[in-house]
Design a protein around this ligand. Sequence first.
Ligand code: SF4
Length: 382
Amino acid sequence: MSFSLPPSWSGRTLTGLRTKLLNWFDKHQRDLPWRRAADGTAGGPRDPYRVWVSEVMLQQTTVTAVVPYFERFVAALPDVRALAAADEQRVLKLWEGLGYYRRARHLHAAAKALAEAHVDQLPDDPAVWDALPGVGRYILGAVLSQAFDRKLPIVEANSLRVLARLFGHRGDPRVGAGKAWVWTAAETVLPNARCGDFNQALMELGALVCTPTAPDCGACPLQGHCEAKRLGLQEQIPPKKKPPAITEVSEVGVVIRSGDTLLLCQRPADAGRWQNMWEVPHAPRAGDEDVSDAAVRVAKELTGLDVEPGVEVMTVKHGVTRYAITLVCVEAALVGGGAFAPGSYADAKWVTPADLAAYPVSSPQRKLMTALADPNRQPRLF
Ligand code: SF4
């Protein structure tokens, strides 16, 4: 079904809806750091760089989680030139814990591409943005509408829900023809001015009022226009996503030890996830393989080193996409004078536990490394 406005709507209905939503936003929007100018003042002109960084961070991540990361990131790398000049390891370290590290790599690569093209100021030009890595239709619309008031729509989880309910869309607006429907709806409702505010208002309404369950329709500025409310279908629209089937995985991680140091390995640039980040070697256990046997095998297969397994250090449980992973971490002493063999890993270093804080690592690995750096939280290995 392609999008069209309800037949009963006149031009004034749409104008009234826009005014109500913008008025609501002016009154209820949260005071978020990226909504302030670079000098911290509220209500001033938006800084395109801060808008861009925030929108990339906010993809797949909540506002609450993003705020401290955003503040740290823009304090360390305050403009696109600083980001372009930064080492990738620094960018990944600033992003550590936020997840979806591909976003950070794309952001960095895009800043470098702009620097190579001698672009100092982020441009008000959709064609330039469209050619940058990691910039899809959402980022393009979000940045250009907020920073330059370009009339470009955005669709993400919150605005998608508001639009589907407002117009009573019965299909799934996340897939197939539903996707085209929701983008056209987002484009149609946009006003000619304050486009960035309007886009943010739709998202903010979805986050604060038109929530996935129990939307607060009584507090909603759009209640007089809303088809889902009229039909009592707020909870059915949009249809719920089926949760993915979860697969349990048992892994072993090996803390390969030589004196006061342990082997820290760097994942290759073409790894499926956590590219170029650091970790202790880990891999799934084979069937009901004994943890110590698995540690010896994994150390040999991933690093080429022979080890003598020791005590268990800790178990870390974590989820990655549709996998529930139980990572049993085992200490193992280096046996003989073998050398690290690159292949599975791009690089490796012998480091002390105190050095671990400097390297970008995944969240489960950070849990292990925090314990290794604290003599009270591990079996006095270091
Ligand atoms: S009236 Fe209710 S369902 Fe409709 S947009 Fe507002 S909060 Fe959402």
